[in-house]
Design a protein around this ligand. Structure first.
Ligand code: NCD
Length: 309
């Protein structure tokens, strides 16, 4: 198998590399689902470095490591660490490299994970860098699509904050490897950055841009909703001016395909009506569970354990 040291972005990943991790995750699912015990990470330590809030990314990585018999080391809040004294990210990473075997980093600055990987002697996993990328979310999104819908000839709508949403940026690049039809649905102010649209078109991907979910709802297999990323807006007035009109309800999906799946990286704010939770369309809580086997697979890959599974 190809070595995969740091996990920074999905841009360069081939279909073969993506499939390899998804296959590994499938093998690990019984361990994530508490059906089988494992000790393959015995003696290994994963450091958790979160400079931004997180529930799923932090806890599912932690659950993945613990269920594989490894341990985690959490820097805790920024206020409780030397970052509060003015320590640089590169110094922090250099030191943590000596304490742990891999590190998962979430940071508000785009490019932070790449920078960290350049001064780290252990694998760095990008857990989200500002409005940049979120590759491990993408891997669990692909896994969810493969398990709950289909990856080949997929028609998907990516809805919401396509400008600042890092889950969207990473997912677009990965979907391009499966020749998906990508419908981009957002208010004009929150369109996907031009450079990403151009990259997708260069890869011969069918990209359709619209402001309304109604325009595409009958054609799609997956509706991928996202939150408006309030914290990324340079001007709060700009945030307030954007309506939360992109909301999915039972009414809206009346003419959708019967096996339409609704996904969301979570947290949701207002984008998905709770009345949908009990319908077979709702895949977002399963998606959050799939984070565990997929992150187990990622850990096995970066720590060179995949042959032990
Ligand atoms: C996402 C993130 O942090 O980018 N959350 C997650 O990791 N599940 C999405 C978001 O915060 O809106």
């Amino acid at each position: 198998m190809r070595p995969m040291h740091h996990i920074i972005s999905t841009k360069e990943y081939t279909r073969e590399m993506l499939d390899e991790i998804l296959d590994l995750a499938e093998k690990l699912e019984p361990i994530a689902g508490k059906k089988i015990k494992s000790e393959i990470m015995d003696g290994k330590i994963l450091a958790l470095l979160f400079f931004e809030p997180s529930t799923r990314t932090r806890m599912s990585f932690e659950a993945a490591m613990l269920r594989l018999g490894g341990k985690t080391l959490n820097m805790g809040s920024v206020e409780a660490s030397s970052i509060a004294k003015g320590e640089t990210l590169s110094d922090t990473i250099r030191v943590i490299s000596q304490y742990a075997d891999a590190v998962i980093l979430r940071h508000p600055r785009e490019g932070a994970a790449l920078m960290a990987s350049e001064c780290s002697s252990i694998p760095v996993i990008n857990g989200g860098d500002g409005a940049g990328h979120h590759p491990t979310q993408t891997l669990l999104d692909l896994y969810t699509i493969r398990r709950e819908s289909r990856l080949d000839n997929l028609s998907i709508a990516l809805v919401g904050d396509l400008k600042y949403g890092r889950t969207i940026h990473s997912l677009c690049y990965a979907l391009s490897r499966y020749n998906a039809k990508i419908n981009l649905v957002s208010p004009p102010e929150l369109r996907l950055p031009d450079r990403i649209v151009e990259d997708l078109r260069m890869r011969d991907i069918d990209v359709n841009i619209t402001n309304n979910i109604e325009d595409v709802i009958e054609d799609i297999d997956v509706l991928y909703m996202t939150r408006i990323q309030r914290e990324r807006f340079p001007d709060p007035a700009e945030f307030n001016s954007i309506s939360d009109s992109l909301r999915v309800t039972c009414d809206l999906i009346q003419n959708a395909k019967p096996n339409l799946k609704i996904m969301h990286p979570l947290p949701r704010v207002n984008e998905i009506a709770p009345e949908l939770d009990a319908t077979p369309h709702a895949a977002y809580f399963k998606q959050a569970f799939y984070g565990v086997p997929v992150r187990m697979a990622i850990l096995c890959k970066v720590l060179g354990m995949e042959d032990k599974i």
